[in-house]
Design a protein around this ligand. Structure first.
Ligand SMILES: Cc1cc2nc3c(=O)[nH]c(=O)nc-3n(C[C@H](O)[C@H](O)[C@H](O)COP(=O)(O)OP(=O)(O)OC[C@H]3O[C@@H](n4cnc5c(N)ncnc54)[C@H](O)[C@@H]3O)c2cc1C
Length: 459
């Protein structure tokens, strides 16, 4: 039987494993931690902006399993959650951004996805950190684990993501903060497997030229928030906490650097384009506070000292659960791989990639590209050509667009990208609107996928 080895069990690796298994392969998933889902363990917000067309497309292409599991762990009170989005999203033209949004439970998603893989017969190898590959020419034959064991396969998928490890965070971000999503001190650093195999990889660049992007995400103990904030969170899972005046983003030289593309902000806390901008609002501050007690998504700012956090109304007694150690920065955007639009990684003939390793960020894009990578890995292992999805689909478009973005960035003064391509907001959502992909609906997506001849391709 054809054997596909998936390296990295984040959302992209999970989806690749499901897809390769469905295509008939024996699948081994190597995960360096003792949990799946990687950064998806702090994400959860689904179907905002351009994520929605991608979701509709994967269903039409017959790749339903991963989304069905996430649906099954959706948090209740979806309407209240939708209404809780930023004030900008009630401006004329911007309602579509969050009309379909919902959020999955980050605490129960991981065990549910683990059960899915196990029920499908995917062999998950825990605490199995890939560190090297063996090749015959441009053909990978096996991958080496940190314990010295070699795992053979017919095709390989690098879904190790782009976050950390300590070898990046210590010199470039100011230290390891023991973030609960990477857990490098226990499980070891992420490894650039594609780079080790001979592929071209490139890192994002900070304003001072250092590799990676500082990303600010803090877990707070919900019980340490004021009773009123806890009540509001129980009601709708997401609130926006006004803390301008205490923390002043405009004077922070870092604050909008990495996500100006993602947020579509104008660098001054205002949306450059109200129809596509995300999270930026001068009167409410910038972070959303989610049910699990997390500030998610404020990329770029310098660390917020505890004594400052406690000046925010409702945060007087706040206790930070993670990252541990006062510094709330960690890093993303390392070792992004250049690949073909079918997700094969040149010059290798049997290595594929998906998700944030290919700079394709967010959960839904990770699912769509994971399915394609798993499908194509099996095809190539069986002597067939890999399939490229046309740019008449959003899935095909975001792959081609992002890879071109990566290639173009090599010629920038930084020698690499300084921002993200994000489907859910900013310039790429503007593109989806201009092309006519967005707003979307099930009938429109069905036709789009049928016209491309892709209906149930992953079924
Ligand atoms: C703070 C924050 C909030 C976010 N919120 C949202 C949101 O609300 N909605 C949304 O859609 N997106 C969100 N995102 C983006 C989204 O979470 C990520 O783009 C996505 O989860 C990345 O998935 P991935 O599988 O590509 O990579 P990762 O999640 O990084 O997974 C990589 C996996 O590979 C493993 N690994 C690494 N190296 C090795 C190795 N050598 N051997 C074996 N295993 C290895 C890691 O342990 C990890 O499990 C957020 C991101 C951040 C940073």
């Amino acid at each position: 039987m054809t054997r596909v080895v998936v390296i990295g069990g984040g959302i992209a690796g999970i989806s690749a494993a499901v897809s390769a298994r469905k295509a008939g392969a024996e699948v081994i998933l190597l995960e360096r931690q003792d949990q799946l889902l990687g950064i998806g363990r702090i994400a959860g917000s689904m179907d905002v902006g351009g994520r929605y067309p991608l979701h509709l497309e994967i269903l039409e292409m017959g790749g339903r399993e991963v989304n069905e599991v996430l649906d099954s762990v959706a948090l209740p009170n979806t309407e209240a959650y939708r209404k809780s989005h930023y004030p900008w999203h009630s401006l004329p033209g911007s309602e579509e951004m969050t009309k379909h949004s919902w959020i999955y439970n980050v605490l129960t998603a991981e065990p549910a996805l683990r059960r899915l893989l196990q029920s499908m017969g995917v062999e998950i190898r825990w605490r199995s950190r890939a560190v090297d590959v063996a090749k015959e020419g441009n053909h990978i034959t096996k991958v080496k684990l940190a314990n010295g064991e070699w795992i053979e396969g017919d095709a390989f998928i690098d879904t190790c993501g782009s976050a950390g490890g300590m070898d990046q965070c210590v010199p470039n971000v100011g230290g390891c903060v023991m973030c609960p999503w990477m857990q490098c001190p226990t499980f070891g650093n992420r490894v650039d497997i594609s780079g080790k195999a001979g592929a071209k990889t490139v890192s994002m660049r900070q304003k001072d030229g250092r590799p990676g992007v500082k990303y600010n995400g803090i877990y707070l103990y919900k019980g340490s928030l004021s009773k009123e904030l806890q009540r509001q969170l129980d009601e709708c899972h997401q609130i926006f906490v006004p803390f301008r005046g205490v923390i002043d983003w405009e004077t922070d030289p870092e604050w909008s650097w990495a996500t100006r593309g993602q947020d579509g902000n104008d660098g001054m806390g205002r949306p450059a384009d109200p129809e596509t901008s995300w999270r930026v609002s001068p009167d409410t501050g910038r972070f959303r506070l989610l049910d699990r007690g997390i500030f998610a998504g404020g990329a770029g700012p310098s660390p917020i000292p505890l004594e400052k956090l406690r000046q925010i109304p409702g945060f007087e007694n706040v206790v930070v659960a993670a990252p541990v150690g006062g510094q709330n920065l960690w890093s993303l955007g390392h070792d992004l791989v250049l690949c073909e639009n079918n997700l094969r990684v040149p010059p290798l003939d049997n290595l594929f990639t998906a998700g944030s390793k290919a700079h394709i960020v967010d959960v839904q894009p990770g699912i769509n590209t994971g399915y394609l990578a798993g499908f194509n890995a099996v095809r190539v292992a069986q002597g067939k050509d890999p399939v490229e999805l046309p740019q008449t689909t959003v899935t095909g478009d975001i792959i081609a667009y992002t890879q071109q973005f990566l290639r173009d960035s090599l010629n920038s003064e930084y020698g690499g990208p300084t921002t993200f391509v994000s489907a859910h907001a900013g310039p790429y959502l503007r593109r989806l609107k201009d092309i006519g992909f967005f707003p979307d609906n099930p009938e429109k997506a069905k036709k789009r996928i049928a016209d491309a001849g892709l209906t149930n391709i992953f079924a």
